[in-house]
Design a protein around this ligand. Sequence first.
Ligand code: ATP
Length: 248
Amino acid sequence: MDATEPRVPVVVVDDLHVKYRVFASGKAAGNARSGLLNMTRGIREVHALKGVSFTAYENETIGVIGSNGSGKSTLMRALTGLTPPAAGAVYARSRPNLLGVGAALLPNLSGSRNIVLGGLAMGFTREEVETLKGDIAAFAELGDSIDLPMRTYSSGMQARLKFSIASARSHDILIVDEALAVGDKRFRKRSEARIRELATEAGTIFLVSHSMSSIRDTCDRTIWINQGVLQMDGPTDEVVTAYEGVRR
Ligand SMILES: Nc1ncnc2c1ncn2[C@@H]1O[C@H](COP(=O)(O)OP(=O)(O)OP(=O)(O)O)[C@@H](O)[C@H]1O
């Protein structure tokens, strides 16, 4: 992109807080006189995101990293609107899509039938699905297995098919959560290339991953979430190097 071109903001996250309320197994305090149980003692609050702020721009591919339980998935669910903020806000140009068609696929149907089903579930018309069917099957590289029921596929084969269906459509704002961790190395390289292609075709991509090589190969910018706080936000190389430094 030309450095003099004004950057178009696509997602603005403003001082976002997310809290979960969970019932912890503990001693519920009894109130002898009323006979009612005081359950409040058993409710624990997890403050999963504590004031996260950043702006994502058009055509950026942003890596999201952090250790287990740091708040990455919570942040992504908040972007899609699935998890409501306790405070702060998320503003987005259009609704961010989570890459995935998992729920729509049926194990007893063949790969080809699932391509049609998954395509329709993603909002393609019948004609569009018919046109794209061949490309989706070719990208998945499942050979003759494409005519076998999906329940006979290995988890890697299923992941390939899901990725191929989900990435057939370009999205304005796309969230890819660990989808690349499955599949073999060659497929991972091809899916990374496909993600870069989607980023140029359309808008903005968030890639959540524990694979630093995927993040380095795919993202120009990376945000690091640590215990619910935005620890660092900047060029991928700098952020990943700092992250790997503290994990050593
Ligand atoms: N539905 C939920 N109810 C209660 N607590 C939750 C819920 N989902 C997540 N949490 C808590 O919120 C915190 C952040 O979890 P989150 O799943 O966002 O982390 P993450 O960075 O995506 O982790 P991972 O790398 O393991 O996928 C954790 O402490 C987790 O236990």
